[in-house]
Design a protein around this ligand. Structure first.
Ligand code: AMP
Length: 312
């Protein structure tokens, strides 16, 4: 089994109220792949410039991630993003986005990427997501991320991709914006009518919910004492979530598998935000992931069967 992800491989400059870092390895596909590599063989499809060195490649290849489909553009510069977090660390301003080699990116999948059974279309132009989907000849489970920009300027293409995917993973504001519905639940229900059978509503530091026609499941984020850099939390969550499903290939996916996938996504994402960039997830171990999944289970379980004598 294998999993293909297409999306940004980037350099990120991040400023928080407490610290800042310049030009760290980042990008949606990078964060996703590092998390998903706990579960499956991952192929990254992306594009970089001359500034992307063997050292950067090593962060991915050290975890067995396939980088043959990361195209190197001679004379080009890698996609660059800069952001500054507000005091609550849950919202941020984008200070700079330099598309660079991403501007003319035309994803070309090698046979091994094309034949993956699981595909994640990270946040890129919906027309490119469609292009990738056309090349994936063996896809059994396709998940998609997007952002407000594409909802605003490429909604028709986005609706075309939505009609062809199994799962959508978006922030709750994005789901509400896309459907015009006022709550995560009503917006997710509306999205289920557009094609996907699974909708994940991410709620930043408050956690996430998964909604299907069968029901919904909600999980808080793992409570942390300290958050140092929330960048890539959503992509790391998606990597854990989709990676878990890729490794448990019962199709259609069961609701039980979706609940567990939520726990693995949340656990790995909680580690991601503890340190800047890819630092923490790069050296994260399987036992550490399992420990946090167990802790999540412990802190969210309650005895629903207990009878309480209510006074009215
Ligand atoms: P997240 O914090 O989950 O929203 O993901 C942030 C990551 O997405 C960073 O590593 C950025 O490099 C990347 N990113 C930011 N803006 C874009 C964009 N317009 N297209 C693709 N990737 C982006």
């Amino acid at each position: 089994m294998s999993l293909t992800v297409v999306g940004s491989v980037a350099f990120d400059s991040v400023e928080t109220p407490f610290d800042k870092r310049e030009r760290m390895l980042g990008g949606a596909a990078t964060h996703f792949a590092l998390a998903a590599s706990f579960f499956d063989e991952v192929h990254v499809v992306g594009v970089v410039g001359d500034d992307f060195t063997a050292e950067h490649e090593g962060v991915l290849t050290a975890h067995g991630i396939h980088i043959d489909d990361i195209e190197h553009v001679a004379g080009g510069k890698t996609f660059f993003w800069a952001g500054k977090y507000h005091d609550n660390m849950n919202s941020r301003d984008t200070l700079d986005t330099q598309l660079n080699v991403f501007e003319t990116f035309a994803p070309k999948l090698s046979p091994s990427s094309q034949t993956s059974e699981t595909v994640f279309l990270a946040n890129i132009q919906p027309s490119l997501q469609l292009d990738v989907l056309d090349q994936c000849t063996n896809a059994k489970f396709v998940a998609l991320d997007s952002m407000d920009l594409w909802i605003n300027i490429a909604k028709d293409d986005l609706l075309k991709v939505l009609a062809r995917v199994d799962c959508v993973i978006l922030n709750d504001e994005e789901i509400e914006m896309l459907t015009g519905k006022p709550t995560s639940v009503s917006a997710a229900q509306a999205l289920l009518d557009l094609g996907p059978s699974v909708v994940v509503a991410k709620q930043g530091k408050y956690g996430a919910g998964v909604i299907t026609r069968e029901g919904s499941f909600w999980l808080p984020a793992y409570p942390l004492h300290e958050v140092n850099d929330p960048t890539g939390a959503g992509d790391t969550f998606a990597g854990g979530f989709v990676g878990y499903l890729a490794a448990h290939p019962e199709r259609p996916v069961t609701f039980e598998a979706l609940r567990r996938a939520m726990a693995y996504g949340s656990a790995i994402a909680s580690y991601n935000v503890e340190e800047f960039g890819t630092d923490r997830v790069s050296r994260l171990t399987g036992p550490e992931v399992v420990a946090r999944v167990q802790e999540l289970e412990k802190i969210t379980r309650f005895d629903g069967a207990t009878q309480v004598d209510l006074r009215r």
